[in-house]
Design a protein around this ligand. Sequence first.
Ligand SMILES: Nc1ncnc2c1ncn2[C@@H]1O[C@H](COP(=O)(O)OP(=O)(O)OP(=O)(O)O)[C@@H](O)[C@H]1O
Length: 270
Amino acid sequence: MTTLTVEGVGVTLLERRVVDDVSLSVPAGTWMTLVGPNGAGKSTLLRAVSGAVEHAGVIAFDGVEVARLRSRERARLVAVVPQDPARPDGMTVLDYVLLGRTPYVPYLGTESAEDLAVAGELLDTLELRSLSDRMVTELSGGEFQRSVLARALAQQAPVLLLDEPTSSLDLGHAQQVLELVDELRASRGLTVVSALHDLTTAGQFADHLVLLVDGRVVAQGSAQEVLTEELIREHYGARVRVVTDPHGGVVVVPLRSRPAGGVRDVGGVA
Ligand SMILES: Nc1ncnc2c1ncn2[C@@H]1O[C@H](COP(=O)(O)OP(=O)(O)OP(=O)(O)O)[C@@H](O)[C@H]1O
């Protein structure tokens, strides 16, 4: 169980401050989701948390600053599902998932039976078993995205960072993946930080939402507090209706300027 603390964090890329003075706390075993328009800095903040880009301010796991961790230590602590991971040439799905076990394999050693068991279980859970010998360059977008999640979960790190983890998944697989992450959060106390564009889904799965705009936090709190028609209009330039479902969830419905269902009859075969 690991708590993530972000204090006064800034990231400068090409002389532009793309993350600016962000402070957040993600208690161990909770799920925080970053939302915000394109270019708001969500991926960059996740990259800073994973130690992939330099930052000002403090990012710490249970008080230990990420910048002080060696890469192997960091990989045991934080697993990442990037937005747009590369597909290595000549690598099967099984080998790709086994990459997640690298922090546990001794130098110059090979995977243990336990490493293979962990990878095998994830292949089953994420419906990848029949594809385990397929090259990752020969998968559909959704199959590869599930392989990336399997690789990250194989790391068995207490902190999981997910950058748009369901962007290529159909509705069923997206639900399955997010439910799996939530189950691991509940059973193993995983601390989850994600970036999601789908606001309804973001509200359904996160304990805490953070709205990031131009690198700064402009709102944070529960789905009811952050997913309001006013905030979405102001920061996304979108017209939406926000509906509370009978279970207390928040559903964000985009509104058309003309009524829906208006495909005009353009004539044709009688
Ligand atoms: N490697 C880079 N070099 C320079 N600028 C970058 C780099 N990566 C991202 N940026 C810029 O930083 C800003 C934040 O980008 P980031 O990818 O973090 O946004 P985001 O909120 O994840 O966006 P999206 O929703 O489109 O994925 C953008 O203006 C982007 O153009």
